[in-house]
Design a protein around this ligand. Structure first.
Ligand SMILES: C[S@@+](CC[C@H](N)C(=O)[O-])C[C@H]1O[C@@H](n2cnc3c(N)ncnc32)[C@H](O)[C@@H]1O
Length: 232
């Protein structure tokens, strides 16, 4: 028998199916699998299993994330949306009263995101480079409560900060998946993470979580930070 329980974060569930425990979100669009994930129907509700090897946010939860700023009703700016694997789970979590703006600069990839958004009105795809927030600012109706960033670029931390500065105010959250080898292919991993964290710290952001995603995502760290100072 399949068992579903609420997880400690609002909008996230634990599903136990034949002794296999997974996290899941309640689907906004029942009957549709976005990336081949398993669907579990319980009464009127359908749950989408959230694969930690396919989504760094799921990996961070599995590795012990304690603060989850993305909640029902949240306004999220997601940088590096790709075809929408993690965005689709964020869309389930924020629900009909929230919104996920998905920024992606690959034209080919954004087509899948646009298709996904056609069935999920709370996803708003933006084809642009996350390094230029002023270009897409007219498309974003602020303020944004959470900037999520997974672009795997050398200037990841600065991209996160510039977007927080453009769209957020005091109390907003940043979530960053650092891919060490996109930043520096030689240095020691801890040195790379320390440099990125020092950069965020120097901008006045409060580092709330620092989670090692190994072995689910090799050479990745997941950082949660918070705006606690004026960024103007
Ligand atoms: C690791 S993938 C993201 C996976 C996605 N976050 C998920 O979990 O479903 C990184 C994505 O960021 C995009 N990207 C990289 N640099 C970018 C930039 N400067 N602006 C917008 N998108 C960017 C890439 O095209 C790629 O689709």
């Amino acid at each position: 028998m399949v068992q579903v329980e609420r997880y400690k974060f609002s909008g996230i569930y634990t599903v136990v199916d034949r002794e296999q425990k997974s996290i899941a979100t309640k689907s906004l669009v029942p009957g549709t699998s976005v990336y081949g994930e398993k669907l579990i129907k319980i009464g009127e509700d359908e749950f989408r299993l959230w694969a930690p090897r396919r989504s760094k946010l799921a990996a961070a939860i599995k590795q012990g994330l304690t603060e989850m700023p993305i909640q029902p009703g949240s306004k999220v700016l997601y940088l590096g949306a790709a075809s929408g694997t993690t965005v689709s789970h964020c869309s389930d979590i924020v629900g009909p009263n929230g919104v996920v703006y998905g920024v992606e600069f690959s034209q080919r990839t954004v087509r899948d995101l646009v298709q996904l958004a056609a069935t999920r009105p709370n996803i708003l795809p933006i084809l642009d480079d996350a390094r230029h927030p002023t270009r897409y600012a007219p498309l974003v109706s602020g303020p944004i409560e959470v900037v999520y960033q997974d672009v795997a670029q050398p200037d990841q931390a600065s991209i996160l900060y510039e977007n927080l500065r453009a769209f957020c105010s005091f109390g907003a959250w940043g979530m960053l998946a650092i891919k060490a080898r996109s930043i520096d292919s030689i240095s020691n991993l801890d040195e790379i993470y320390s440099r990125e964290i020092a950069f965020l710290d120097s901008k006045g952001l409060d580092i709330v979580e620092n989670i090692n995603l190994d072995p689910l995502e090799k050479d990745h760290r997941f950082i949660v930070c918070r705006v606690t100072e004026d960024m103007s």
